[in-house]
Write a protein that binds this ligand. Structure first.
Ligand SMILES: Cc1cc2nc3c(=O)[nH]c(=O)nc-3n(C[C@H](O)[C@H](O)[C@H](O)COP(=O)(O)OP(=O)(O)OC[C@H]3O[C@@H](n4cnc5c(N)ncnc54)[C@H](O)[C@@H]3O)c2cc1C
Length: 374
């Protein structure tokens, strides 16, 4: 028997769940997630920051528009705060000063920034070496609780009558008589006139299953390690500290520190695992940029950040398939932009007013990649 819905969402990461939770207010929605738990892939492996030191103007505008949601989640989302304040410090050596100036100009329209001299940098982050002589501080950074965010969306989805089916990998997808039919690897069947592809790193694979032209998405692996901070470090006062270039970030994490060498290693969609080289690189860069010795790595993990060719997300109906909606390419900003992205999905599918005045819908069109080799 086929279960009929108005909208099928493929993917139970933050993208699929947040869009489904919004849409469930207007329609019968089901989310199909291949794994037994939500957020098992990218959404459960991130650095969980809300900050402006990544992406372009569009990503920053989506981030800015999402902040109000994190600070004041809607009723029924749950009682656990979605995040806590953590300052963001972008630091630079003398030879990186021009890059810091350029980044300041890019971020200034979105955040209140303090320009710091060497003393200010080291007051905020005493672990940095003396050559970190310039800094930009955004004191309003947010460290998200991804579990609270995922569970809040799930709670809202269910309270609005929507369904989540885990352990349900979409294995075959067909379009006939204006209806999408999905068969899972368990043999369950679902149908709906609208299919949302929120399959993260697998979104191009899902498109191929559906006979839709892929976008040329590029999953890239990123690695994180955790280790002990030196005795006496007041972890609660440390910022999320990032080099002005794409080299290293670190921050406090559950009584320790975490660090990433900001690797972007091309990968097939998979259950990403850390590679020894990037693990060692993270420790090496920590020792290069801070006064710390990383004697023992406590834990390590890796996840995929999946980009479109121009590194802006694709949020739009496919031009080559009726009712097939792309929600893909959230790169390294999928958590911090998820409320704005979900509001955009709602607007394009239900017809609510366009929610982000600073972003033009044309900037997110999926068809901008059509005709390019994928
Ligand atoms: C190390 C690291 C650091 C990061 N730091 C940040 C950060 O600080 N701030 C930030 O905002 N973002 C950050 N990100 C990025 C963020 O995690 C992602 O952009 C976001 O999680 C993407 O969400 P998603 O729902 O698209 O993908 P996912 O969470 O991967 O969800 C996609 C889901 O689709 C499912 N799926 C795939 N194929 C099928 C199928 N055929 N049928 C059913 N289900 C299927 C998968 O099982 C998966 O659960 C980071 C990512 C990494 C890896």
């Amino acid at each position: 028997m086929t279960a009929r819905f108005d909208i099928i969402v493929i993917g139970g990461g933050i993208a699929g769940l947040s869009a489904a939770a919004m849409l469930a207010e207007h329609a019968q929605v089901v989310v199909l997630e291949a794994e037994e738990q939500i957020g098992f892939h990218s959404s459960g492996r991130s650095a969980t920051m809300v900050h402006y030191a990544l992406g372009d103007r569009v990503v920053r505008a989506l981030t800015q528009a999402s902040r109000v949601f994190f600070e004041n989640p809607p009723d029924g989302f749950g009682d656990i705060p979605l995040g806590r304040r953590m300052p963001v410090l972008i630091h630079a050596r003398d030879d990186e000063l021009a890059d810091l100036d350029a980044l300041e100009a890019d971020i200034a329209p979105f955040a209140t920034l303090d320009r710091l001299d060497s003393r200010g940098v080291h007051e905020l982050c005493p672990l940095l070496k003396d050559d970190a002589r310039h800094g930009l501080a955004d004191r309003n950074g947010i460290r998200l609780d991804p579990h609270a965010l995922l569970q809040g969306n799930l709670r809202q989805l269910r309270s609005r009558g929507g369904e989540l089916h885990t352990g349900s990998r979409a294995a075959a997808i067909e379009y006939q008589a204006r209806v999408w039919s999905v068969r899972t690897d368990k043999g369950d069947k679902y149908s709906a006139p609208i299919l949302i592809n929120a399959a993260g790193s697998w979104a191009d694979q899902v498109a191929r299953l559906a006979g839709v032209q892929p976008l040329g998405l590029e999953p890239k692996r990123r690695t994180i390690i955790t280790f002990d901070a030196p005795a006496g470090t007041i972890l609660e006062e440390l910022p999320f500290a990032k080099t002005v270039g794409e080299e290293l970030y670190f921050a406090p994490e559950s009584g320790r520190l975490f660090a990433s060498p900001m690797d972007e290693v091309p990968s097939d969609p998979c259950d990403a695992q850390p590679d020894e080289y990037e693990v060692a690189l993270a420790a090496h860069r920590m020792e290069e940029r801070t006064t710390l010795k990383v004697d023992r790595i406590h834990s390590r993990w890796a996840g995929l950040r999946t980009f479109t060719p121009d590194r802006k997300p694709a949020v739009d109906f496919a031009i080559d398939a009726h009712g097939f909606f792309w929600l893909a390419g959230q790169g390294g900003f999928g958590l911090q932009t998820s409320p704005a992205m979900a509001a955009i999905v709602e607007s394009l599918i239900v017809g609510t007013p366009w929610p982000i005045p600073d972003v033009d819908p044309s900037e997110l069109l999926a068809d901008r990649f059509l005709g390019q080799p994928a």
